[in-house]
Design a protein around this ligand. Structure first.
Ligand SMILES: NC(=O)CCC(=O)C(=O)O
Length: 310
């Protein structure tokens, strides 16, 4: 019973890159404070993550051509550059090692896991696959594009990824330094249910390696990024190859970062370049608390459910 007052302990602890160590420190300090008579113990914001409330993301809008070795060299160079500029997370465009086209996927496919998004060969099947790695070379996630890009807009664009690719059937999220991040690939962006399930799994950020085209890019690219950010009240990052007007498939470019208010906070044009920006996670909580749709959903009437095991 607190009669005239109470003792509070404010734990100013060291927060480092080792999440388990941060938690161990917090638990030790809580016990210590309690043994010294504290009634309330407060930890610093984001006590388990060195990012505090923000981290730096780099979206590498690189030129992708027919020369696979050159594509990889460009990607490696840009990753190093982004890292030296302070990026914590670096994302590459869809199929960064290969021209985007069904006739190219079998030739450029990799059997081993390769970072970024590439055509993947596994057994007799080909997938459009993104892998995520940490700085020590540990695989954090592998996403196989779930929704294959099969569309037909007469006189504009017809594309059938399903001619050569198989679809993945897993929602993919991973945790890095206490931040939960979801991954989708390009056409996956159109499916709000998938983004919703990733948000339900705790994501604050969704990253989509992508390659929209000159028909759907101007119409839907930014609209979809803003829609997903607004629906799920989280950060959305889209990373495209640079536009090459000589290529068989001409990418829209315009790699974009949208915040949880659905503001476009940074956007490239169509040329090669890297978008480097801060992702402030406190905005996620700000929007979610001020517009609390997440707890106002009528899940007694409707719901979005996951049918496969993750
Ligand atoms: N690579 C893709 O999935 C392209 C998706 C696209 O352009 C779209 O409009 O959707």
């Amino acid at each position: 019973m607190l009669k005239r007052g109470f003792k509070i302990a404010l734990v100013q602890m060291k927060v480092g890159a080792d999440k388990a160590q941060n938690i161990e420190t917090a638990v030790r300090e809580i016990h210590k404070a309690k043994s010294q008579g504290a009634h309330i113990v407060a930890l610093p914001e984001c006590f388990n993550s060195p990012y505090g409330t923000s981290f730096k993301i780099a979206l590498v809008q690189m030129k992708v051509g027919a020369d696979k070795a050159q594509n990889i060299e460009t990607a490696v160079r840009e990753i190093h550059k982004a890292k030296s500029q302070g990026a914590h997370i670096v994302a590459l465009p869809e199929c960064f090692n290969s021209p985007y086209g069904t006739k190219w996927f079998p030739e450029y496919a990799e059997e081993v896991r390769v970072s970024g998004t590439v055509p993947e060969r596994c057994g007799g099947a080909l997938y459009n696959t993104c892998t995520v790695w940490d700085g020590s070379g540990k695989l954090l996630a592998q996403h196989r594009k779930m929704h294959l890009f099969d569309i037909d807009i007469p006189d504009k664009i017809t594309f059938r990824e399903s001619e050569v690719l198989s679809a993945g059937d897993q929602i993919t999220t991973f945790e890095y330094q206490g931040v939960k991040i979801g991954v989708g690939i390009c056409y996956d962006l159109r499916f709000s249910e998938m983004a919703h399930l990733m948000a339900k799994q705790g994501c604050s950020v969704l990253i989509y390696p992508a390659a929209f085209n000159m028909t759907t890019g101007p119409k839907h690219w930014e609209l979809l990024a803003k829609a997903r950010a607004n629906d799920e009240q989280l950060w959305v990052a889209l990373v495209s190859p640079a536009r090459d007007t000589e290529a068989g498939y001409v990418a829209w470019g315009h790699s974009t970062l949208v915040d949880p208010w659905a503001n476009v906070v940074a956007k490239l044009d169509e040329k090669p370049g890297t978008l480097l920006a801060d992702v402030d996670l406190s905005i996620v909580e700000e929007v979610r608390s001020q517009i609390p749709v997440r707890v106002q959903r009528r899940t007694d009437v409707y719901d979005t459910v996951l049918k496969t095991k993750c």
